[in-house]
Design a protein around this ligand. Structure first.
Ligand code: HEC
Length: 265
């Protein structure tokens, strides 16, 4: 094992061992025994390894003869005639490696989100509206039994145009001016999977409580949908709902249909 005596190899081994300890032993082996809790961030591993490198260089250069031996292989690789080929390979490999690392660093990742988003979470049975309780289960749109459809559609249209168009779009297709800025994108009320699948009570809940009112399960929702509870009156929300169904030509899911599905489960 004469090679192991060589300072250059010793230095390389110390640095490699340091890297393995910082990255794998602290990050993955110790947590198994409950000593450390999490992987070390890559930037910290890099800093620590750099510190080890500086230490190695200090140690090697502390003594003239050791330093001489330490840099001998480096010097030979850089100037010796018979190392020409190796030099050529390194001159390509090192810049390529640096380029690859830089590329890995800036490359955007399009990985799937860690949790799948359920678009229509189960609504709560009961909510409060400005402090007063409302039973959502079995709740019908009260405006369907009072006033005229035209009146409600007119009220709903005005509210929709004023409050909802920027996100949900003037065609109700979720393509408002702001839509591109949001992920998830605003709901498309013309899609077969949206209004026809929902009871009016569900839609009421979503408009009243918005993104902040979504249940804990399935978080993070990151929904930009505002809560309209403190801005709109209950009847204004119900009128908007009538407008949405009339304008998109859909009919709401009934509680009977909801019940049948519940029975199947
Ligand atoms: C700032 C943008 C924004 C505004 C303004 C906005 N919404 Fe939304 N809305 C969203 C986003 C984003 C979603 C999808 C995420 C979610 O379900 O919370 C959504 C979802 C919804 C849903 C749920 C649909 C479903 O399939 O579950 C309803 C209903 C809704 N919006 C109605 C309205 C109404 C009515 C208004 C106006 C009073 C309105 N929104 C205003 C952004 C907005």
């Amino acid at each position: 094992m004469k090679g192991l005596r060589h300072p250059f190899l010793q230095g390389a081994i110390v640095i490699a061992v340091g890297f393995v300890i910082f990255k794998y032993v602290i990050g993955y082996v110790l947590p198994v025994f409950g000593i450390a809790s999490a992987p070390v961030p890559a930037s910290v591993v890099f800093q620590y390894t750099l510190t080890v490198l500086v230490g190695v260089l200090l140690y090697m250069s502390a003594e003239e003869s050791r330093w001489e031996k330490f840099r001998e292989p480096l010097k030979r690789t850089m100037v010796d005639h018979d190392r020409r080929r190796l030099r050529g390979v390194l001159m390509v490999a090192i810049p390529a490696l640096v380029g690859w690392l830089a590329y890995q660093n800036v490359k955007p990742s399009f990985g799937a989100p860690a949790t799948l988003r359920s678009v229509h979470p189960a609504p709560p049975n009961q909510i409060t509206y400005r402090g007063l309780p409302i039973e959502l289960r079995g709740l019908e749109n009260p405006l369907r039994h009072s006033g005229t459809l035209e009146e409600h559609v007119a009220v709903g249209r005005a509210i929709y145009t004023k409050n909802c168009v920027p996100c949900h779009g003037d065609r109700l297709d979720g393509d408002g001016h702001f839509a591109g800025a949001f992920n998830p994108i605003p709901a498309d009320f013309t899609a077969p999977g949206t209004l026809p699948q929902l009871t009016e009570s569900f839609v009421f809940w979503r408009i009243a409580k918005g993104g902040p009112g979504l249940p804990q399960e399935g978080a993070p929702w990151n929904s930009a949908m505002p809560a309209w509870e403190n801005i709109l009156e209950q009847d204004e929300i119900w009128a908007t709902i009538i407008y949405l169904y009339e304008q998109s030509g859909a009919s709401p899911r009934t509680w009977e249909a909801e019940g049948e599905e519940g029975a199947e489960e």
